[in-house]
Design a protein around this ligand. Structure first.
Ligand code: 5GP
Ligand code: ZN
Length: 114
């Protein structure tokens, strides 16, 4: 998708601090970190949000969760805990319309979220 910032990170038209990549997914540090570990995991395929996940994408979404799990392990936050966030739609605060999982960790978090 031409005007999508995350597609541009996938194609290297925009730079990012990439921490993981495979054929179907890429993970990079959030530009505006909200925790000591704040990584965004995205599929290379442009999917606008959770609402637009199709049957054929289910394996891909499962794969992203698995990658998040591996990165949490590698960054040493698995044991203490971490949070995966999928903001979906305007009221959630979704601001980039290419589906992404936030991996947040490295500090104690509050509940409920704001
Ligand atoms: P959302 O609000 O849609 O759930 O999350 C979008 C996230 O993308 C935000 O946390 C924001 O800081 C991050 N973000 C937006 N543009 C860029 C960018 O160009 N590079 C990186 N690394 N993160 C970005
Ligand atoms: Zn995109």
């Amino acid at each position: 998708m031409d005007d999508c910032i995350f597609c541009k990170i996938v194609s290297r038209e925009s730079s990012a601090d990439i921490v993981y990549e495979d054929d179907d997914s890429i993970a990079f540090k959030d530009i505006n970190e909200q925790a000591p570990i704040h990584i965004l995991l995205i599929p290379k395929k442009h999917i606008r949000s959770v609402v637009e996940i199709e049957e054929e994408d289910l394996q891909l979404i499962g794969h992203l969760v698995s990658v998040a799990n591996k990165i949490a392990d590698q960054t040493g936050i698995s044991e203490k805990g971490f949070r995966l966030v999928l903001n979906t739609g305007l009221e959630s605060g979704q601001s980039v319309w290419h589906i992404h999982i936030h991996l947040l960790g490295g500090r104690k978090m509050a509940w409920p979220p704001g």
